[in-house]
Design a binder for this molecule. Structure first.
Ligand code: CP
Ligand code: NVA
Length: 336
């Protein structure tokens, strides 16, 4: 069976960034994810890919992405092989090119989470099978698919909706939100101190893409001024994986961008969503949060516990939607 809205052929296509997908293809993936979510909720089996094999490569830690890929594959009847940093020769004894050629002979698709976007690209180039970017230092495209499904479920449409992102404007999530917003016609404002504004080239490319969908991508230091009318306020950790030596600097830069109830009220939208890709620093219940508290005295970082647990928060819907959107991506790109 597969998607009933199937008109778009994505067979064999990798997802390295959403820039490689047309607005119609992004819409299609979101619609397909909604269908697959309904199938799962109804308990209707969809093991359409029995006999297929997918490799899950993780150079960095993960809860949501790893589980979403594992469960999505299991629901589709696909066998998965998890390969963590210490399981692979990748980059140590064997080049990405050679690893890709080997994996491509054995697997039907490859998920890659790691540092370099170039590694994801090389895997796609040399394996000959679809490669799905499960996060690199530069991009996190599968996250944005889940985020946009979540907004769509709540507001009905994406086009014309205002999304305010506050925090590190150059990280993987911000970069991918810019592309996603451009592809779906949303109005995205990235709020950050100048030092953490998106790279000029990435911003310019996203703005060019947004012209085709009547969306807009803007950048501002003045957080409070752009909040009015927002449908969603989004933040991410101030220090991404691999940047752990940056805590002090980032805290100093980003403290004024913390999401508080006051920030949420300034949107003047009773139904405004609070969004976060997770994991989040919203209390002192983790080892890292405790260390940060000891060193810098902060009890909460990018979001207060109050907002995180408020009626506005859709963070666990976003997390669940990782499963449905990743499943749609796999099914669409492996499609027979
Ligand atoms: N949001 C996200 O990618 O979570 P994980 O790091 O747990 O995969
Ligand atoms: N920007 C974060 C996202 C985690 C899902 C990181 O790279 O650590």
């Amino acid at each position: 069976m597969q998607s009933t809205t199937r008109k778009i052929n994505l067979k064999g296509k990798s997802l390295l960034t959403l820039a490689d997908y047309t607005p119609d293809e992004v819409r299609y993936l979101l619609d397909y994810a909604a269908e697959l979510k309904a199938l799962k909720k109804d308990g209707r089996p969809h093991r359409w890919f029995e006999g297929k094999n997918v490799a899950l490569l993780f150079e960095k830690g993960s809860t949501r992405t790893r589980c979403a890929f594992a469960v999505a594959c299991s629901d589709l009847g696909i066998h998965t092989e998890f390969l963590g940093k210490s399981d692979l020769h990748l980059g140590k004894k064997e080049s990405v090119e050679d690893t890709a050629k080997v994996l491509g002979r054995m697997f039907d698709g490859i998920e890659f989470r790691g540092y370099e976007q170039e590694s994801a690209k090389a895997l796609a180039e040399y394996s000959g099978v679809p490669v799905w970017n499960g996060l690199t230092d530069e991009y996190h495209p599968t996250q944005v698919l889940a985020d946009f499904l979540t907004i769509k479920e709540s507001t009905g449409t994406l086009k014309g909706k205002k999304l305010v992102y506050a925090g590190d404007g150059r990280n993987n999530v911000a970069n991918s939100l810019m592309i996603g917003a451009a592809k779906t016609g949303m109005d995205l404002c990235i709020c950050a101190p100048k030092e953490l504004f998106p790279e000029q080239e990435k911003l310019k490319k996203a703005q060019e893409m947004a012209q085709h969908t009547e969306g807009s991508i803007t950048v501002s230091e003045h957080f409070e001024e752009v909040l009015k009318g927002a449908s969603a306020v989004y933040t991410d950790v101030w220090v991404s994986m691999g940047e752990e030596d940056q805590f002090e600097k980032r805290i100093n830069l980003l403290k004024p961008y913390q999401i508080t109830m006051d920030v949420m009220r300034k949107t003047r939208n009773e139904d405004v969503l609070f969004m976060h890709c997770l994991p989040a620093f919203h209390n002192l219940e983790t080892e890292t949060a405790k260390e940060v508290h000891e060193k810098f005295g902060l009890e909460e970082m990018e979001v207060t516990d109050e907002v995180f647990r408020s009626k506005h928060s859709c963070v666990f819907d976003q997390a669940e939607n990782r499963l449905h959107t990743i499943k749609a991506l796999i099914a669409a790109t492996l499609e027979k």
